[in-house]
Design a protein around this ligand. Structure first.
Ligand code: FAD
Length: 423
């Protein structure tokens, strides 16, 4: 840490926060009464530090990056054990040395928060969400109780905790260790480039028929950029080529071959994204919904209207594709309840960090855009905790659906003092 009062994290809101105290270890003092008893105060937990909730003005942050950063691959079982403060780039770089990989998301920066909140990867259609690949966890409940749970040895009293760890862990636990299945590292073909709204419409239509080893991600910033991601495993090669040939009619798209997932960087510089711009603060909200089918043309019209109304050039809407294996429940029940979802769009906006008026306008654009997109994507993927925003209550209701009451019960029992972020 360069400066005692600043946290070196990718998220600029959190980086600028004047936190009360920084701690590095999970020990008994964390759970002492009165520590987090002051009104509205709770412990902020930092893993990858990519969200606006890992540090806040006047709050204490538990930074897991220093003491919970180990990565160990068991070569016999191909299970990898990671600390609660490991970032996804370090995980896949470690695995690549052994020709293994993991379905990380579109960025290498997120930490364990990516896994615990679900984890939607371009590989998810073939391998499930990140939570579907959890074999065991260790950590502490908000009341200080140590927990160690293994997928194959869950007793009935632990069942609900195990299911809730997968999708809602941050509300009632601090996870210090996660054991994950790994996958063979295969070559990847990416077809990418700028397209216009009509082309996006056609490509979405094609993508809703893709096999499980191909996924579409698109981003509509100043212009529209798409990535079609195809994992090449020998068995699927011929079929994959047939699908990819359908994209030959879009002249601006380029095919790139990558030896493995690690070699890919999504979001090229030409998009001029504001994500890591040190002068800006930002928020992002993630939605979930099913295939658009016949609604693709109205969706594209709605999207164009949203983009026409953007208050500044930082704003964008993007989407990633899930479905196939993420729809299956054979990895056991979890608190990622919207299993039917096949699209996860997200809405992003930023503002000059001290300009409160611009902040209001940007957030209003996010909320208006969300309400326009709700007819296509009615649910929420709670990848970012927004308990500092007015939308928090609606977001958690739309994220946890019919499991909300169970989550409230778990919170009451296992985090009675509200040490961890509120529901
Ligand atoms: C550039 C970028 C690309 C992204 N791409 C994807 C994507 O493709 N797919 C996808 O699903 N998501 C994606 N995300 C979203 C990201 O996965 C989530 O926002 C995730 O929560 C970030 O985790 P973190 O550890 O980096 O964040 P942090 O800010 O460190 O943590 C976020 C919150 O998670 C909780 N938390 C983190 N670690 C622990 C722990 N060990 N125990 C208990 N609670 C914990 C804490 O409450 C914390 O406040 C992306 C985010 C960014 C910035």
């Amino acid at each position: 840490m360069k400066n005692n009062s600043l946290l070196e994290v990718p998220n600029i809101n959190s980086k600028d926060a004047k936190f009360k105290k920084l701690i590095y270890d999970v020990d008994d003092s964390l759970f002492c009464e009165n520590n987090y008893y002051e009104e509205f105060e709770h412990l902020c937990v930092c893993s990858g530090g990519t969200t606006s909730s890992c540090a806040k003005n006047g709050f204490t942050t538990l930074d897991l990056r220093k003491n919970y950063s180990k990565i160990h691959l068991d070569r016999k079982t191909n299970l990898v054990t990671i600390g609660g403060g490991v970032i996804m780039g370090d995980l896949i770089n470690h695995l690549q040395k052994h020709n293994r990989s993991f379905p990380i998301g579109l960025s290498k920066l997120p930490g364990a928060g990516y896994i615990l909140t679900g984890g939607v990867s371009p590989l998810s259609r073939a391998y499930g969400l990140a939570i579907d690949n959890i074999e065991s966890i260790k950590g502490f409940l908000g009341n200080g109780t140590f927990i160690s749970l293994n997928k194959n040895q869950i007793n009935p009293e632990e069942q609900l905790i195990w299911e809730a760890i997968k999708g809602a862990a941050p509300f009632f636990s601090i996870i210090t260790e996660i054991e994950l299945k790994t996958i063979k590292s295969n070559p990847i073909k990416v077809i990418e480039g700028f397209v216009n709204p009509n082309e996006l419409s056609e490509i979405i239509k094609l993508s809703e028929e893709f096999p499980e080893n191909i996924s579409l991600q698109w981003i509509y910033a100043q212009k529209i950029y798409i990535y079609i991601f195809a994992e090449l495993n020998n068995l699927e090669d011929k079929r994959t080529e047939e699908y990819l040939m359908l994209l030959d009619k879009f002249p601006a798209l380029e095919k790139q071959f990558h030896e493995n997932f690690n070699k890919i960087n999504f979001f090229p510089k030409e998009l001029n994204l504001y994500e890591l711009n040190a002068n800006n603060h930002s928020e992002v909200i993630s939605l979930l919904g099913e295939d658009l089918k016949n609604d693709i043309p109205i969706f594209i019209k709605c999207l164009s209207e949203i983009m026409d109304n953007k208050p500044n050039n930082s704003c964008y809407v993007a989407s990633q594709q899930l479905g196939c294996k993420t729809k299956k429940l054979n990895h056991g029940s979890s608190f990622f309840v919207h299993r039917k979802s096949t699209w996860k769009p997200w809405i992003y906006a930023s503002w000059k960090k001290n300009d409160l008026q611009e902040k209001d306008v940007a957030l209003e654009w996010i909320y208006k855009s969300w309400s326009k997109l709700k007819r296509f994507y009615p649910n929420i993927h709670l990848a970012q905790l927004h308990n500092h925003l007015n939308s928090h209550e609606e977001e958690i209701t739309l994220a946890f659906g019919n499991r909300m009451n169970e989550l409230k019960t778990l919170k009451n029992i296992f985090d009675p003092q509200g040490v961890l972020p509120p529901l």
